[in-house]
Design a protein around this ligand. Structure first.
Ligand SMILES: *[C@@H]1O[C@H](CO)[C@@H](O)[C@H](O)[C@H]1NC(C)=O
Ligand SMILES: *[C@@H]1O[C@H](CO)[C@@H](O)[C@H](O)[C@H]1NC(C)=O
Ligand SMILES: *[C@@H]1O[C@H](CO)[C@@H](O)[C@H](O)[C@H]1NC(C)=O
Ligand SMILES: *[C@@H]1O[C@H](CO)[C@@H](O)[C@H](O)[C@H]1NC(C)=O
Ligand SMILES: *[C@@H]1O[C@H](CO)[C@@H](O)[C@H](O)[C@H]1NC(C)=O
Ligand SMILES: *[C@@H]1O[C@H](CO)[C@@H](O)[C@H](O)[C@H]1NC(C)=O
Length: 387
């Protein structure tokens, strides 16, 4: 009957998958990932210093003293490989069988020191939200029953929504306040192109941080905020798919430096949104976007010859520190691989399984353990917010 034939056609059309979706890059699960990370563990000096970024030419890690805000990321990457091992097993084909990741990470964490909250800028400055600040505050409240930090975390997030986010979903990096009245006196940048440009890593921290606040509180105001930032981020990537270090930085001279870490951090934020949404189309929308970011950043920045997993990171462009590997870019690359496996969107040693994305795996709780907590603490000092 023509009628049922038409119905069948309609059904077919509805279920034809979109051909635009990127596939999960197999490099996420390459044995080179554990090989490089093991080599970095083995090269840590005694007394311990930690990798933060590489040089610009051969991709050799530059090491920093334990009180640097980024110190926790490298041990956290080791813990993430231990998580990978629990998800995938340790085989010679996935390369995870070459080390005891838990032991290595524990050993490398012993030199980490919890940092004081530093406020070098004076009391009237607030930085764009660093997602660890809230996460740490909430974990601390759960552990101790002391809600003081939780309340600070919530009020910080609310201040960020009020003062750091522009109507178009872009963000200001630094807000100056009048100490006495609390009034906003200026909106500036620290590492971005200009005072009212949108620094891409700040935008990425915001996507991730507000998705995390939604996870922690269940308050959909935070989901809506994360989504606004995600829409800005995705909507401002140029057609070549390269996430620039600042969305408003000039395109000449070309190439405008990328920031691979902005891509991997944003990808984790989008995966968290995908996990937390319940509607299948939204779950898929966010996981597809995350996979697209990961595919594009891998194509640009995966460099087997470098000690870091990725090149094309920008630590601080105005200080001429760009086109390096970054320890946080690599950490979020490994973590994204774990999340994709937990969500059923990738298999352990190859590219995506193409599942519909309806599962809600992935705890989103990061590296865990003592070092995880310390890495959160170290997050306070530099890019983080001063309450
Ligand atoms: C709760 O935590 C805050 C901030 O760390 C601290 O100042 C306060 O003394 C704590 N309160 C109790 C009852 O432990
Ligand atoms: C940037 O901010 C300054 C000061 O608030 C304002 O005068 C200028 O129009 C802004 N530029 C853009 C492109 O928004
Ligand atoms: C959700 O968060 C917003 C922003 O902080 C707040 O105004 C609102 O009251 C919260 N809603 C609930 C149900 O707690
Ligand atoms: C990935 O890059 C392609 C261009 O190669 C672009 O069309 C696509 O929009 C990019 N995807 C994302 C999520 O940025
Ligand atoms: C990416 O990194 C390579 C190696 O440092 C560099 O040659 C290239 O110009 C960079 N591209 C972008 C867009 O940053
Ligand atoms: C993936 O893992 C399975 C089981 O460990 C193994 O049999 C297979 O060869 C691996 N595939 C690749 C491409 O490494």
């Amino acid at each position: 009957m023509p009628h049922s034939a038409a119905r069948a056609l309609t059904a077919l059309a509805l279920f034809t998958p979109t051909v635009l979706g990127a596939t999960v890059p197999p490099e996420l699960f390459s044995p080179l990932v554990p090989q490089k990370i093991l080599a970095t563990f083995q090269n840590l000096p005694n007394p311990t210093k930690y990798p933060q970024y590489t040089d610009q030419t051969v991709g050799a890690w530059q090491l920093f003293s334990p009180d640097t805000w980024t110190s926790g990321f490298f041990p956290a990457t080791g813990y993430a490989l231990n998580t990978r091992k629990s998800l995938c097993g340790a085989t010679s084909s996935n390369g995870l069988d070459i080390a005891d990741w838990l032991e290595l990470s524990r050993e490398a964490s012993t030199a980490l020191v919890p940092l004081e909250i530093k406020n070098n800028e004076g009391h009237d400055v607030g930085f764009l939200s660093f997602p660890f600040v809230e996460e740490l505050a909430f974990h601390s409240a759960d552990l101790t029953g002391n809600n003081t930090l939780r309340n600070i975390g919530t009020s910080h997030a609310d201040t960020t929504i009020k003062n750091h986010i522009r109507p178009d979903g872009g963000t200001w990096h630094v807000i100056h306040y009048n100490t006495f009245t609390g009034a906003v006196t200026a909106k500036k940048t620290a590492q971005g192109f200009s005072d009212n440009s949108t620094w891409s890593r700040g935008e990425a921290w915001g996507i991730y941080g507000f998705a995390n606040m939604w996870r922690l509180t269940g308050n959909t105001t935070y989901r809506d905020t994360s989504v606004r930032l995600a829409n800005y981020f995705l909507g401002n990537i140029p057609s070549d798919g390269i996430v620039p270090w600042d969305f408003n930085a000039p395109t000449v001279p070309a190439p405008r430096p990328a920031d691979s870490s902005a891509s991997t951090i944003a990808a984790n934020g989008l995966l968290l949104l995908s996990q937390l949404e319940t509607a299948p189309d939204l779950k898929k929308q966010w996981s597809d976007a995350a996979i697209g970011l990961l595919a594009n950043v891998t194509k640009l920045a995966w460099d087997p010859s470098w000690q870091s997993l990725l090149s094309n990171g920008t630590v601080n462009e105005p200080a001429n520190n760009q086109l390096t590997g970054t320890v946080y870019g690599d950490y979020y690359f490994v973590r994204a691989g774990n999340e994709l496996i937990q969500m059923g969107l990738a298999s352990c040693n190859s590219s995506g399984s193409g599942s519909s994305g309806s599962s809600n795996g992935g705890s989103g709780s990061g590296a865990g353990g003592k070092s995880g907590a310390l890495s959160l603490t170290t997050g306070y000092a530099s890019e983080g917010l001063v309450v």
